[in-house]
Write a protein that binds this ligand. Structure first.
Ligand code: GDP
Length: 447
């Protein structure tokens, strides 16, 4: 999976990192090529558009890290964008199986790998999670499917059983019987393997919805074949309209697909991908990890970690400089500007100020000043309209200078005064913290 895409991206990245400086045109050209590569990998168009727009915004807004090449920084931004596309690094991939018997309902088209995945999950839960697991097949039209599940249960070992098959029962009745058996038998988890069809079919959907209603599953997983590309995405969307899906399993990730389904699935359905099927055997199941998949696609792990480190070092150096100034009781308007920028980047109040012990009051002062994004931007504009000397020594700011700054930043003298007052309060806090010995903690965080 992803081989062709990886190769294409590799070529684009080689081109980027081969140069020292990058012009806007170089970046736009690279993004255009990435866009084509993603579309050729069968990623859904809206997903590609959204991805490119986000990467562009980040590439423009990101602070330049001097110790790495611009091309390397772009690769890191693309990597971050891919991780986001796949659900983010903190995506919830665990199964909620906390109130025994927890019901996990498996849905999907026939041949998608539903039954095999049920067996894989049962094996994993019994071996790694030490759970007692019951499997029940609701596929009354295909006796072979029921037998297949029973065989899988046998292969999983002693902690996994399958519900005895009674011919002629309806799916809803089997679900009720399975629930009872799971309760009486003290099972932790009950898997309901529902019947699939070769294509979306109203009867199948109604049946699955009825079973979800009866069994009230904690997890309802859709199993989709990653090799079927956009069809898999469309299938997931249609299932999601009718069933309370909680997650996705993509099978045949070991196959030779373009990868578009895997890449679009999360963004189109909004559902987390929880597992990847990577083989026919019972141990062919991986927990989904957005970073690992993005890393595999880009194949630029070294560069990504290099840029991460450089950016951490830059932040640490900044924090150290800030701590040094505080140690000396200096907090000038340059520092305030830096704080405002950080707050904007973090999407709200926070930043270094928020993390400092004893700085709560200063933070409250900022909050009281009602700092929304626009206010932050205005304040940054005010500070950038000052001269270097004024920023370092706010005492210079007499009435006429304030007037000039207000005019230069498109604000009012009142706005300038407000900002200076806030700065004074913060600088006062810094001094107090210094004398109260809060310094040790502060320096601790800067290291
Ligand atoms: P169901 O009809 O949805 O229950 O599908 P099955 O579980 O019977 O799977 C159909 C076929 O796909 C079987 O031959 C499985 O061995 C195979 N299969 C399932 N998952 C994977 C996978 O992740 N990788 C590969 N290579 N084959 C798989």
């Amino acid at each position: 999976m992803f081989d062709a895409l990886s190769e294409r991206l590799g070529g684009i990245f080689d081109n980027l990192t081969g140069r020292g400086a990058l012009s806007d045109k170089d970046v736009s050209e690279a993004l255009r090529e990435i866009r084509v590569a993603l579309l050729e990998a069968d990623v859904a168009l809206p997903v590609v558009k959204d991805f490119i727009a986000k990467v562009k915004t980040r590439a423009v807004g990101e602070e330049v890290i001097r110790s790495v090449k611009p091309g390397q920084q772009v690769i890191k931004i693309v990597y971050d964008g891919l991780v986001d596309m796949l659900g983010g690094e903190d995506a919830d991939t665990s199964l909620r199986i906390d109130s025994p018997p927890a019901v996990v309902m498996m849905a999907g088209l026939q041949g998608s790998g539903k039954t095999t995945t049920t067996g894989k999950l049962a094996k994993r839960l019994s071996e790694k999670g030490r759970k007692k697991v019951l499997l029940a097949s609701l596929d009354v039209r295909r006796p072979a499917a029921m037998e297949q599940l029973a065989i899988l249960a046998d292969q999983c070992g002693d902690s996994v059983s399958s519900l005895p098959i009674i011919q002629g029962q309806l799916p809803a009745d089997i679900a009720r019987r399975a629930l009872n058996a799971a309760k009486i038998g003290g099972y932790d988890v009950l898997f309901l393997d529902t019947a699939g069809r070769t294509s979306i079919d109203e009867q199948m959907m109604t049946e699955a919805a009825e079973i979800a209603e009866i069994a009230q599953p904690q997890e309802t997983l859709l199993v989709a074949d990653a090799l079927t590309g956009q069809d898999a995405v469309e299938t997931a969307r249609r299932f999601h309209e009718r069933l309370p899906l909680t997650g996705l399993v993509l099978t045949r990730m070991d196959g030779d697909g373009r990868g578009g389904a895997a890449l679009s699935m999360r963004a189109v359905t909004g559902l987390p991908i929880k597992f990847l099927g990577v083989g026919e055997k019972l141990d062919g199941l991986d927990t989904f990890d957005a970073q690992r998949v993005a890393g595999r696609i880009l194949g630029q792990g070294d560069i990504v970690s290099l840029v991460e480190k450089a950016s951490e070092q830059m932040d640490a150096a900044k924090a150290e400089r800030m701590a040094e100034k505080m140690r000396k009781g200096i907090f000038d308007l340059n520092d305030l500007a830096e704080q405002l920028k950080q707050m904007q980047q973090m999407g709200g109040l926070g930043g270094l100020m928020g993390m400092l012990p004893g700085a709560r009051k200063a933070k409250q002062a900022m909050e009281a000043a009602n700092l929304d994004d626009n206010v932050l931007k205005r304040q940054e504009a005010i500070i950038s309209s000052m001269t270097k000397a004024e920023r370092a020594k706010p005492a210079l700011l007499n009435a006429s200078r304030r007037k000039r700054i207000a005019a230069g930043s498109g604000t009012t003298v009142q706005d300038v005064n407000k900002l200076l007052k806030m700065h004074q309060q913060m600088a006062g806090m810094m001094k107090k913290m210094r004398t109260k010995g809060g310094m040790k903690n502060m320096l601790g965080m800067a290291q």
